[in-house]
Design a binder for this molecule. Structure first.
Ligand code: HEC
Ligand code: HEC
Ligand code: HEC
Ligand code: HEC
Length: 202
C-alpha cells in the first residue's frame, strides 16, 4: 500500500465516522448506566423521545383562581360594619330583624348559616376543617360537598372560564350563577311562540 492510498483511505474513514456521529447527534442520544449487577446498559433514545412533551399530569392545577369580585348586594359588604358591633347568635332560628330575604333551601335540615359563615368574623367563610377563607375563594366551600362539580369547574367544563388556553384565565365563582342559600335553578316560563307577519296574537 503506498502512502497516497493510505492517506485517501484514512481520510474516507474519518469522513464516514464524522457523518455517522453527526447523524447520531441529530437523531438521538445514548444513555449509559450500570444496572444492579454492575453490567453496562446502553439505551438509544431517538430525538423524538427526548422532546419535552405536554403532559396534563405534570401541569399542576393551582389552588387559587382569579375571579371577579363576589356578587354581593349593594351595601352588604363588609358584613363587619354591623357584625363587629353585635354578639353572634348561634341558635338556628327564623331571622326577623335582618336578612329576612334569605331562606335556606339547600340541605337546610342538616345545617345553618354558621356552617358556612365564620361566627367570629362575618367578612369570611369557614370550611369544615376550620380553615377560614375569603369570599373570593367560596368555590372551596362548595367543593367540600360538590367535589365532582368543583373538579369540572377547575378544568373549565362546568361554569364559565375565560382567557387563554395556555395562559391567564378568569373563572366565575359558583356564587355568580348559583344562589348559595337556594342554589337550584327555578324552572323558567317558556316564551310565547313568535308571531307570523300579518298575524295578530290571540
Ligand atoms: C352553603 C353555605 C352557606 C350557608 C348555609 C349560608 N350562606 Fe350566606 N352566603 C354563602 C356564600 C358563599 C355567600 C357569598 C355570595 C357572594 O359571593 O356574593 C353568602 C352570602 C351571604 C350574604 C350576602 C348576601 C348578599 O345579598 O350579597 C348574607 C347576608 C348571608 N350570606 C347570610 C346568611 C344567613 C343569614 C344564613 C343562614 C340563614 C346563610 N347566609 C347561610 C354561603 C352560605
Ligand atoms: C345592616 C347590618 C348588617 C349587615 C351589613 C350584615 N348583617 Fe348579618 N345580621 C344583622 C342582624 C341585625 C342580624 C340578626 C337578625 C335576627 O336575629 O333576626 C344578623 C344575623 C346574621 C346571621 C345569623 C347569625 C347571627 O349571628 O345572628 C348571619 C350568619 C349573618 N348575619 C351573616 C351576615 C353576612 C355574611 C353579612 C355580609 C355579607 C352580613 N350578615 C351583613 C345585621 C347585618
Ligand atoms: C355541607 C355540604 C354542602 C355544601 C358546603 C354546599 N352544598 Fe350544595 N348541596 C348539598 C346537598 C346535600 C344538596 C342536595 C340537597 C338539597 O338541594 O337541599 C345540594 C344541592 C345543591 C345544588 C342543586 C343540585 C341539584 O341536583 O339540583 C346546587 C346547584 C348546589 N348545591 C350548589 C352549591 C354551591 C354553589 C355551594 C357553595 C356556595 C354549595 N352547593 C355548597 C350540600 C352542600
Ligand atoms: C356560569 C354559571 C355557572 C357557574 C360559574 C357554576 N355553575 Fe353549577 N350549574 C350551572 C348550570 C346552568 C347548571 C344546570 C342547571 C340545571 O340543569 O337545572 C348547573 C348545575 C349545577 C349542579 C347540579 C348538577 C346536577 O347534576 O343536577 C351543581 C351541584 C352545581 N351546578 C354546582 C356548582 C359548583 C359547586 C360550582 C362552582 C365550583 C358551579 N356550579 C359553578 C351554572 C353554573
Amino acid at each position: 500500500m503506498n502512502g497516497r492510498r493510505l492517506l485517501l483511505t484514512s481520510a474516507g474513514a474519518i469522513a464516514i465516522v464524522a457523518l455517522l456521529v453527526s447523524i447520531a447527534l441529530a437523531q438521538g442520544m445514548r444513555e449509559k448506566f450500570f444496572d444492579r449487577d454492575g453490567r453496562l446498559v446502553v439505551i438509544e433514545r431517538s430525538a423524538a423521545e427526548q422532546l419535552r412533551t405536554y403532559d396534563i399530569r405534570s401541569s399542576k392545577a393551582p389552588e387559587t383562581f382569579p375571579v371577579p369580585p363576589p356578587p354581593f348586594s349593594e351595601g352588604i359588604f363588609p358584613c363587619s360594619d354591623c357584625h363587629a358591633h353585635m354578639s353572634p347568635d348561634q341558635r338556628p332560628r327564623v331571622l326577623t330583624e335582618e336578612h329576612t330575604d334569605i331562606v335556606l333551601n339547600h340541605a337546610e335540615g342538616q345545617r345553618w348559616c354558621l356552617d358556612c359563615h365564620n361566627t367570629d368574623d362575618r367578612d369570611t367563610l369557614r370550611l369544615v376543617s376550620g380553615e377560614i377563607i375569603p369570599f373570593s375563594e367560596s368555590y372551596r366551600l362548595c367543593g367540600q360537598c360538590h367535589g365532582d362539580k368543583f373538579r369540572e369547574w377547575r378544568e373549565g367544563l362546568h361554569g364559565k372560564r375565560t382567557g387563554y388556553w395556555n395562559g391567564d384565565k378568569e373563572y366565575l365563582l359558583c356564587a355568580h350563577c348559583h344562589n348559595p342559600h337556594d342554589p337550584n335553578f327555578k324552572p323558567m316560563k317558556p316564551m310565547p311562540p313568535p308571531v307570523r307577519p300579518g298575524e295578530t296574537r290571540r
